[in-house]
Design a protein around this ligand. Structure first.
Ligand SMILES: [Zn+2]
Length: 307
């Protein structure tokens, strides 16, 4: 059984303002490193399909989907919020990003892949039911989770979000859904300034102060995520894999290193082996230092694939 790698050429054509940190170079950096390290040879590679309105509509309001389709410009840039903009190719990139997680979910649940990594942008975890935010337009991981539930009859899905920012959009979408658990570590206080006070028995939010490193992160995973996941017994695990908690990331101030990403990936695999028939769907969120992003994502994928 293999690890699937799902991406699409249009992820390289979504461009916001000139020097925006959420740039096409992020995808190229990861893919180049996978090829140079020969990890790519071991992956089953797929082009992402477009997500349908039915798939998006499980987590986004119909009026919001219509608004995004209508806002997409023929030329130039249109801002959805101060951090998030659409260019002429953004809609296609966003639809393929969400579609990648749908395909990954189908591959993993049908047994055609053991696990999958979606190398996509725009990221998704700040997008709520009816809003874009923080570089995110559609909530890719949420679209995958909702597909697993609606199409495959999954009764319990868990999301591990180790991006440095809280997955507030994902929390917004699934907060009152008893079939979904979200485990999220994040720097606090920090953008999006949510999550620190909204923990429940299924929204396992663990704020970490600026300057926290691997010791604090691993303690959060072991002491907060592990007991919750063992109690919940997810049938599939999703990962909001942001690599912006790395110590070299320019946007944030946590101090994770490659070994922490390998460690948390092994933790996720262990939970998946115990409860979820090894099923893991991982999707790229943040990570803005190209060198540490490529290095960390490659380590994550290498660990998923047992290479
Ligand atoms: Zn982030």
């Amino acid at each position: 059984m293999h690890t699937a790698f799902i991406s699409h050429p249009d992820t390289l054509l979504h461009v916001m303002d000139g020097n925006h940190p959420e740039s096409p170079a992020r995808i190229s950096a990861i893919k180049d490193r996978l090829i140079a390290s020969q990890v790519f040879d071991h992956l089953q590679v797929y082009d992402a399909p477009l997500a349908s309105d039915e798939q998006l509509g499980r987590v986004h309001d119909a009026a919001y989907i219509r608004r995004i389709r209508k806002t997409a410009p023929q030329a130039g840039i249109v801002h959805l919020d101060p951090d998030t903009a659409m260019g002429p190719m953004t809609l296609s990139a966003a639809l393929h990003a969400a579609g990648a997680v749908v395909l990954a979910t189908d591959l993993v649940i049908s047994g055609k892949a053991q696990n999958a990594f979606c190398c996509i942008r725009p990221p998704g975890h700040h997008a709520g039911r009816a809003n874009a935010a923080g570089f995110c337009i559609f909530n890719n991981v949420a679209v995958g989770v909702a597909h697993a539930i609606a199409r495959h009859g999954i009764a319990r899905a868990a999301i591990v979000d180790f991006d440095v920012h809280h997955g507030d959009g994902t929390e917004n979408i699934f907060r009152s859904n008893p079939k979904v658990m979200l485990c999220s570590t994040f720097q606090h206080p920090f953008y999006p300034y949510r999550g620190a006070d909204s923990r429940t028995d299924r929204m396992i939010n663990v704020p970490l102060p600026a300057g926290s490193g691997g010791v604090a992160f691993r303690a959060a995973v072991e002491q907060d995520f592990a007991p919750a996941l063992m109690h919940f017994k997810p049938e599939i695990l999703f990962v909001s894999a942001g690599f912006d908690a790395h110590r070299d990331d320019p946007l944030a101030s946590l101090n994770l290193i490659r070994d922490d990403y390998i460690w948390v990936t092994k933790f996720i695999k262990d939970i998946a082996r115990r409860y979820a028939s090894d099923r893991i769907v991982s999707t790229l969120e943040g990570g803005y230092d190209l060198i540490s992003l490529a290095d960390s994502a490659t380590a994550h994928i290498r660990t998923l694939a047992d290479i």
